[in-house]
Design a protein around this ligand. Structure first.
Ligand code: CMP
Length: 140
């Protein structure tokens, strides 16, 4: 399997509860390497641009407000099949459906405040990484 990079976000509900280390441990235990990471405060407009694919969804406004409500940790995870592996470690979007042991089963508060985001495909991973990181910040 090819080595991939994927964009991960530790969301405000998780940074607020001081869960960054516990979530990072889940990634590292799964063999994902954190090759870039920074804690930032998004504006609602920056969150809106990132999630523009969801602009027509009824929850879009709430999602953008939530993502800008407190700091997030944006990170690049690297590993074999990293995109799928990260999605496996995160669990289903709705924590009620997330498998035992996954980040969302353990930490997420609701479908909206679900602790983490992860890219869903190679094209979106490349776009999402470039949204937050310059080439100089990716040291591998
Ligand atoms: P994420 O993986 O970041 O991608 C889009 C986000 O929209 C998703 O996680 C959820 O946080 C949010 N989302 C999806 N469905 C709903 C919903 N029904 N209500 C509120 N937020 C949602």
């Amino acid at each position: 399997m090819a080595v991939e990079r994927t964009l991960s976000i530790i969301k405000p509900d998780a940074t607020r509860r001081n869960l960054t280390g516990k979530i990072n441990a889940k990634f590292e235990e799964a063999g994902l390497r954190i090759v870039a990471q920074k804690r930032i405060q998004l504006t609602p407009a920056q969150a809106g641009e990132f999630y523009k694919v969801h602009a027509e969804r009824p929850f879009y406004g709430e999602l953008c407000e939530f993502m800008a409500s407190e700091p997030v940790v944006v990170q690049v995870l690297e590993g074999e099949g990293a995109i799928a592996k990260n999605r496996e470690v995160m669990g289903a979007t709705n924590p009620a459906d997330a498998a035992e042991g996954t980040i969302r089963a353990e930490f997420a508060e609701s479908v909206g405040e679900n602790s983490v985001h992860g890219s869903d495909a190679p094209e979106t991973a490349a776009e999402e990484i470039a949204y937050f990181f310059s080439g100089l910040e990716l040291v591998g």
